[in-house]
Design a protein around this ligand. Structure first.
Ligand code: F6R
Ligand code: MG
Ligand code: MG
Length: 365
């Protein structure tokens, strides 16, 4: 049975500030998805949140970029925005950059990760959602999951993974894409994906079977809007078990927190902290950035789950380390490397201030 799994997200209003989502907004979204399920458009659908981002997890048979599915997502975000406005939540409708739906939510503000596949005998999927960070935050985790034998022992000792995975990488500034084969091209690939503000892993494929293993949202909000309107807060779907890395191999990169772009005003480097859904409440300096991981088994498209994967106590140490990293970064205040490098600050609120100072510069003798 061919299934499409779509994860579409948007920030339609924060509670309090940008720290969390209001339960009424999530309830409204759940209602919209339940209606679409009843009408037969969705096989199944769940609404959840990561920090201030409303997340729609949907299964259906409309394929990727399906008009009806994208319209449902858009209408759900609009309905959520109305609730947010009625409660005067902060930044109501923040990520809806246009007034009217025009066929596909891509390029209209929301983030999108979708994949179509033949549901396996047991279809294990993990959905990662992050808040206060940008597209590109998945580069290192995806590299570790699908290309690093120190993370994924299956690459070494499982015959069905030994030929490796292919990575589709986008150049988000030049609007180009390139595919690399791992393991033989990892050095070339790392030249690019080691710069996650520009090169973003879009998808990963199992090389023997050509089956899709992962897909991420790669929309850069600031580029879509032409100005800073909040961070991308990306999502990522990973298929697991069998010819794909095991659940524990997929979760393992998040046990060693890394620094990502985002945090306060989308302008800082900070640790990506793995947390339960309940703890996805970025508050200290509007952060630190959070990632949640929900696990599902699919049953003819029905979402069996979620299991809240980072609620596990085995991630306590990672959270502790992330808090220590946060302290260390905060010590720099407005200085780099806590504040983003100048080039990246172009995509924040800084250009307005820089403009003010422009005429005060005088040439050196
Ligand atoms: C970062 C983020 C927050 C806001 C900050 C200012 O992604 O959403 O750090 O940038 O709270 O928010 P506004 O400008 O809405 O008052
Ligand atoms: Mg927000
Ligand atoms: Mg957010």
């Amino acid at each position: 049975m061919k299934i499409t799994l779509s994860v579409i997200k948007a920030d339609v209003g924060g509670y309090v500030g940008h720290s969390e989502s209001h339960p009424d907004v999530i309830a409204k979204a759940s209602e919209c998805l339940a209606k679409a399920k009843k009408e037969g458009l969705l096989i199944d659908g769940q609404a959840t949140k990561c920090g201030d981002d409303l997340q729609l997890i949907m299964t259906h048979q409309q394929g990727t970029s399906g008009y009806e599915i994208h319209k449902l997502a858009w209408d759900t975000f609009v309905a959520g925005t109305e609730v947010a406005k009625a409660l005067k939540l902060h930044g109501a409708g923040q990520d809806l950059l246009t007034d009217a739906f025009s066929g596909n939510v891509r390029g209209m503000g929301p983030g999108v990760a979708e994949m179509e596949f033949e549901e396996r005998e047991a279809e294990t999927v993990l959905i990662f959602m992050a808040d206060k960070t940008s597209a590109g935050a998945w580069n290192m985790p995806l590299y570790k999951i699908f290309a690093d034998p120190f993370n994924t022992i299956g690459l070494v000792i499982a015959a069905n993974m030994h030929n490796g995975f292919a990575f589709e990488v986008l150049d988000v500034k030049e609007h180009k894409k390139i595919t690399f084969n791992a393991p033989e091209e990892i050095y070339d690939m790392l030249v690019l994906i080691g710069a996650p503000s520009r090169f973003v892993v879009k998808a990963v494929y199992h090389r023997d079977s050509q089956e899709i293993g992962s897909v991420s949202s790669t929309e850069r909000l600031s580029m879509t809007a032409g100005r800073y309107v909040g961070k991308d807060d990306p999502v990522c779907i990973v298929r697991s078990q069998g010819v794909f890395p095991a659940v524990g191999e997929v979760l393992e990169p998040f046990a060693s927190p890394i620094l990502v772009e985002g945090w306060m005003r989308g302008s800082h480097m900070g640790p990506l902290m793995p947390v339960s859904v309940e703890d996805s409440t970025p508050s200290r300096f509007d952060g630190p950035p959070r990632v949640i991981g929900l696990g599902f088994q699919l049953c003819e498209g029905t979402l069996i789950g979620p299991r809240d994967m980072f609620a596990d106590k085995a991630f306590n140490l990672a959270r502790h380390k992330a808090n220590e990293m946060a302290d260390m970064m905060r010590r720099h205040g407005p200085f780099e490397p806590h504040r983003l490098p100048l080039e990246e600050m172009e995509y924040t609120t800084m250009p307005q201030v820089a403009k003010k100072l422009k005429d005060r510069f005088v040439n050196l003798d």
